[in-house]
Design a protein around this ligand. Structure first.
Ligand code: IPM
Ligand code: MN
Length: 367
């Protein structure tokens, strides 16, 4: 599919009183279908004043093992015709590493130009984590991770592979356009209600003197266009330390693709674990895809032990992106209610089964 199709600006905020929202659903592999099932039950509960049409996609390891296909072009076109996409998880130990990541997940991100990877990191009151916390509100930030370039573009190659003289080059591509649209998104987000108007650039400008310099210059330029936003900078290694020791210093973090991948897993730890960590692959002018970031959890598959809150959190982000804030707020209330009853966010230690956690969320949505 051409990038022109992928990046075409489409009207999205339809649905209320108009045609139904078309939500693409990729349950995927492992525990993906279980957690997506709970998210769809919640969607059915909070859907009020707008209609939804689900479009199912059979994509992931099972299809690849059956047919050899990862993402046929016609499926990509069908995805591009949705208003938003909900993804469970894809992956399987029987598929060589890199195949589904590159040909399915990253291909969707790139072709639909989902250039922001949005990871809210919030610790809900009462959630226990591996690190000490000072207050119930000390973890409340959003990571705006670049999602369309950097080390993820796959540039580079081998020279003399398999010989003692082997050379492996892995290039990081950073464009002014790509950095600017990302940084703009971060500053705009920092100004939205509920945020604290602070943007922290996380990079490694002391070593990555080209890419880091570009990011810092764009942040400095943007700061003059957003005089109400305070800006800050942290090297990525120091940022990892602050995330544990003093997370309250962060409001909006903006960072590149690889650093963002790493710090958001650490972010999941300080919010209670992968069981509750959700993310969005956002194209603000196009079609966005939302996912629990925990993966397929093969050891939990089929046991009704997996925590569905991350997928339900992904649904909440999806509803916000569609402009259905009232429905999203109901999901948020539901999650908070469920959390207040659960003993842990970890699979098998929640005090409830997957479906029972879904029930608690549904109960909490009408509180
Ligand atoms: C994530 C994942 C992906 C990434 C993998 C599965 C390619 O770790 O969404 O953070 O590295 O972006
Ligand atoms: Mn990751």
């Amino acid at each position: 599919m051409s990038a022109a199709v992928a990046t075409e600006t489409r009207p999205r905020r339809l649905g209320a009183g108009g045609r139904p929202y078309r939500i693409g659903v990729i349950p995927g592999d492992g525990t993906g279908p279980e957690v997506v099932g709970e998210a769809l039950r919640v969607l059915d509960t909070v859907r009020e004043g707008f209609e939804v049409e689900l479009e199912h996609f059979d994509l992931g390891a099972e299809r690849y093992l059956r047919t050899g296909e990862t993402l046929p072009d016609e499926e990509l076109v069908r995805l591009a015709g949705c208003d938003a996409i909900l993804l469970g998880a894809v992956g399987d130990p029987r598929v060589p590493p890199g195949v589904l990541e590159r040909e399915l997940l990253l291909r969707i991100r790139f072709e639909l130009d989902q250039y922001v990877n949005l990871r809210p990191i919030v610790r809900y009151p009462g959630v226990k984590t591996l690190v000490p916390h000072h207050a119930d509100t000390d973890v409340d930030m959003v990571v705006v991770r670049e999602n369309s370039e950097g080390l993820y573009t796959g540039g580079g190659g081998f020279h003399r592979k398999g010989t003692p003289q082997e050379v492996a080059v892995q290039e990081s591509i950073n464009t002014h356009h790509g950095v600017e649209r990302l940084v703009w998104y971060a500053f705009d987000l920092a100004m939205r209600p509920g945020r604290r108007r602070k943007v922290t650039l996380v990079h490694k400008t002391n070593v990555l003197t080209y890419a880091g310099d570009l990011y810092q210059r764009v942040v400095d330029e943007m700061a003059s266009a957003f005089p109400d936003v305070e800006t800050d900078y942290a090297h990525v290694d120091a940022a990892c330390l602050y995330l544990i020791e003093d997370p309250s210093r962060f409001d909006v973090i903006v960072t590149d693709n690889m650093f963002g991948d790493i710090v958001t897993d650490l972010g999941a730890v300080i919010q209670g674990g992968l069981g509750i960590a959700a993310g969005g692959n956002i194209n603000p002018q196009g079609i966005s895809m939302f996912e629990p970031i925990g993966g397929t959890a093969p050891s939990e598959t089929g046991r009704k032990t997996i925590n569905p809150l991350a997928a339900i959190g992904a649904l909440m982000l999806l509803l916000h992106e569609l402009g259905q804030d009232a429905a999203a707020d109901r999901v948020d209330r539901g999650i908070r209610f469920a959390v207040s009853k659960m003993t842990s966010m970890r699979a098998g230690e929640m005090g409830f089964s997957t479906g029972e956690v879904g029930d608690l969320v549904i109960e909490g949505t009408s509180a």
